[in-house]
Design a protein around this ligand. Structure first.
Ligand code: HEM
Ligand SMILES: *[C@@H]1O[C@H](CO)[C@@H](O)[C@H](O)[C@H]1NC(C)=O
Ligand SMILES: *[C@@H]1O[C@H](CO)[C@@H](O)[C@H](O)[C@H]1NC(C)=O
Ligand SMILES: *[C@@H]1O[C@H](CO)[C@@H](O)[C@H](O)[C@H]1NC(C)=O
Length: 337
């Protein structure tokens, strides 16, 4: 019939139009299929190389993507070497790492597909590969982000949640970038891998919240071990202070790490329920009914945790990407072209 034919034709035109628009206005897993078909293999190879050199690097790369996305969206801003940039912000200084590995990945990618792949996308792929290589879930990484021009210490101070934030403040910072309470809990499950410095948790060890006593919510044996690792810094010189501040311990204590490739597990949530949270920001996740409920769910179901985690990672990767002709494709991740 004529009428339905023309309706069919119209639908087809609309579909093409929307496809065209879609390709320009949102991220897609196929973004580099024609311009850099081997991209995923190149990145995975470089992540594996870095991981076998230093197991912790998987954690460090995952965290880089998080800290990138929370400040001006996932735009590679954390990678820029500029004065008063994100690298020297409160949560990043002496803390975030992995920049040399990102340089290596970028170099390998540029060698094969010059000027095509953004540093922001490299961080997103490397984060996924880091989760997979440590035994976590996989997901399709959406691509097509472009790199930003600015990196701001002040913006990072304001938007990256800190280890000393309340649950309300952490949740607020997630809400500001479009993430919800489930994302807070599932993504905190990243702390199933990696290390933290004494400086990030010694507030709990001797004089918690001006009480003159340690945080009573911490397991006593764990407290004892941590007090030995990070002695009360007030009695040391400033230089020694920061040396102690730099000492590290696993975020997820006693996780079965004998076989390091199977370390991304739900043991972190079991620890939370057993008074073995390391950071204050981990401990406070028990402070609301909703978050505690999720912790209980994840602690008994790896599938629940992995499903939610993968979904939340995709959501996080969608924070305010620069699309189309906005931003640029950096040649060197450390500086704008
Ligand atoms: C919920 C709020 C969060 C807070 C307050 C927080 C805070 C921290 C802190 C203080 C450290 C230790 C840093 C140091 O000692 O130098 C850390 C490490 C880490 N964080 Fe988080 N984090 C949060 C959420 C996340 C999210 C969403 C991810 C990833 C999606 C993540 C991934 C990691 C990883 C993998 C490490 C270990 C890094 C390494 O060993 O190099 N964190 N985090
Ligand atoms: C951000 O945090 C750093 C490190 O703690 C601090 O020195 C600085 O005053 C803060 N800077 C801005 C611009 O907010
Ligand atoms: C702590 O580690 C950072 C690198 O992460 C380094 O720049 C700093 O010098 C270290 N501090 C001390 C006192 O060792
Ligand atoms: C929460 O955020 C407010 C506003 O930025 C700040 O004044 C307060 O110190 C924060 N409190 C905690 C415990 O995180």
């Amino acid at each position: 019939m004529k009428k339905s034919n023309s309706f069919y034709g119209y639908s087809l035109i609309m579909a093409f139009f929307m496809l065209f628009l879609g390709a320009r206005s949102q991220l897609t897993p196929y973004f580099y299929d024609r311009t850099c078909p081997n991209l995923l293999n190149i990145v995975r190879y470089e992540v594996e190389k870095a991981f076998f050199k230093e197991i912790r690097m998987a954690a460090s790369l995952l965290r880089l993507h998080f800290h990138d996305c929370f400040v001006n969206g996932c735009d590679g801003s954390i990678l820029l070497d500029v004065s008063d940039g994100e690298k020297v912000s409160f949560s990043n200084l002496n803390s975030v790492r992995g920049f040399e590995v990102v340089d290596d990945i970028k170099r390998a990618v540029e060698y094969e597909c010059s000027g095509v792949v953004s540093c922001a996308d490299i961080l997103a792929i490397a984060a996924r590969d880091s989760v997979v290589i440590t035994g976590g879930p996989t997901w399709n990484v959406l691509l097509g982000r472009r790199d930003g021009f600015v990196s701001s210490k002040a913006a990072a101070n304001n938007s990256i949640p800190s280890a000393f934030d309340s649950l309300y403040n952490i949740t607020s910072k997630f809400k500001k970038v479009g993430l919800d309470v489930t994302d807070v809990v599932s993504l905190s499950g990243s702390h199933t891998i990696g290390l933290a410095r004494c400086a990030a948790f010694n507030n709990r060890l001797f004089n918690f919240e001006q009480t003159g006593r340690p945080d009573s919510s911490m397991d006593e044996h764990m407290l004892f071990q941590l007090q030995l690792l990070c002695p009360n810094v007030s009695s040391y010189s400033a230089d020694l202070d920061s040396k102690i501040g730099n000492l590290t311990t696993p975020l997820d204590r006693d996780s079965p790490i004998g076989f390091p490739t199977n370390d991304f597990d739900n043991h972190y949530f079991q620890n939370l329920l057993n008074r073995k949270a390391l950071l204050s920001s981990d401990q406070v996740l028990l402070n609301s009914y909703e978050t505690k409920r999720l912790i209980q769910d994840y602690s008994i179901s790896t599938d629940r945790f992995f499903d939610d985690f993968a979904k939340s990672m995709v959501k996080m990767g969608n924070i305010s990407p620069l699309l189309g002709s906005r931003g640029q494709i950096r040649k060197n991740c450390r500086r704008v072209n």
